[in-house]
Design a protein around this ligand. Structure first.
Ligand SMILES: NC(=O)c1ccc[n+]([C@@H]2O[C@H](COP(=O)([O-])OP(=O)(O)OC[C@H]3O[C@@H](n4cnc5c(N)ncnc54)[C@H](OP(=O)(O)O)[C@@H]3O)[C@@H](O)[C@H]2O)c1
Length: 319
């Protein structure tokens, strides 16, 4: 049983705890908040058997915790990850993993030196339907990939952390990391950013971002947009020479559908109906990897996270 400690009692941490209730591989063992009362209230609501820690350092030093889930705002991921790794704690870090490639490199350097497990909580990569789509492609069901498109938009403008430059707000870091991970999954690592357009507000927050990627050899083109201003269809399509795969909601895969080149439906796979359960896969992957003595998760190897961070740097510099 993997004993997990929650670092930061916010919105996503609550969903994670709810989805892990009754899990046979993973248990929430502790929760840490900067404020004791908040940690107690959070534990009472979401994981009543967990120990309560006041201050993140106490959680990092606890011998009862195997893995710490870092669920603080974007600009704090680096600092909190380094603190945990220095205590030899395995970490699962929310997306975006870090604010830059340099921060990501430094986290992996410290982890490698200590033999500590680190993974990015890019939960889409761990979903069974993501693996199924990769399997269809591997089997040649759509042939050579030519185009990849995806969009991800939620009406979340009122969330304070998304409007804060200090906390790493904006549409790209919140949602674009998913479309970029989607791109890397189907276009491969050898891609470059060819165009970026961001609609920024007066404080510098990108409320909408559209961008294009292409493979270095020019064989695959990708077009993406993300927004914090509207609920979009969230669909993705990977088009190959012999057919295409349509993803219904690239953020929480509901369904993937395989079509022939002339749009005849050939196959379909649907997700578990329970929305929240999608978060369990990343934790179960951590449990499996750690039990095997691995320091990376096969679904989100360090090289993928570094590549995402590198592309993030480029896209943000082009906004
Ligand atoms: N995988 C997903 O589907 C998903 C969904 C939403 C968010 N996320 C990611 O998860 C992270 C947290 O997002 P969230 O929506 O849960 O945020 P949130 O509700 O604002 O929670 C963040 C928590 O971080 C802690 N914190 C530490 N320093 C802080 C500071 N200076 N200001 C505010 N909070 C601070 C707070 O916990 P204490 O007060 O208890 O210390 C706070 O509750 C982000 O990186 C986000 O990108 C992922």
């Amino acid at each position: 049983m993997l004993r997990v400690g929650i670092l930061g009692c916010g919105v996503i941490a609550a969903k994670i705890c709810d989805s892990l209730k009754g899990n046979r591989k993973v248990r929430i063992e502790g929760v840490a908040s900067r404020e004791r009362a908040k940690a107690k209230k959070f534990a009472a609501a979401h994981c009543p058997d967990a120990k309560v820690f006041t201050g993140y350092e106490k959680l990092a030093k606890s011998p009862d915790i195997d893995l710490i889930y870092i669920a603080t705002p974007n600009t704090y991921h680096y600092e909190h990850a380094i603190m945990c790794i220095k205590e030899y704690k395995n970490v699962l870090i929310e997306k975006p993993f870090a604010m830059s490639r340099a921060e990501a490199d430094s986290i992996f350097f410290e982890a490698k030196n200590r033999g500590v497990f680190v993974a990015e909580a890019m939960w889409t990569s761990y979903l069974p339907l993501h693996k199924k789509a990769l399997e269809w492609i591997e089997k040649g069901r759509i042939g050579q990939i030519k185009y990849v498109t995806a969009n991800l938009g939620y009406d979340i403008e009122s969330i304070p952390r998304l409007n804060s430059t200090v906390l790493g707000g904006g549409s790209y870091l919140d949602l674009g990391v998913y479309t970029t991970n989607f791109a890397l999954s189907f276009m491969g690592d050898d891609i470059k950013v060819s165009r970026v357009f961001a609609r920024k507000d007066s404080s510098g927050i990108d409320r909408d971002t559209t961008y294009s990627l292409e493979t270095d050899d020019g064989a695959i083109l990708g077009n993406f947009y993300v927004t914090m201003c509207a609920n979009t269809d969230k669909d993705g399509v990977v088009t190959g020479e012999r057919g295409k795969i349509r993803f219904t909601n690239i953020n929480n895969y509901r369904k993937i559908t395989l079509y022939s080149a002339d749009d005849v439906m050939l196959d379909e796979a649907e997700a578990d109906k329970n929305y929240l359960k999608g978060y369990v896969y990343e934790f179960e992957s951590c449990a499996n990897a750690i039990s095997k003595g691995l320091i990376q998760a096969p679904e989100m190897p360090w090289s993928r996270t570094v590549r995402i961070c590198q592309i993030n740097d480029t896209i943000r510099s082009m906004m």
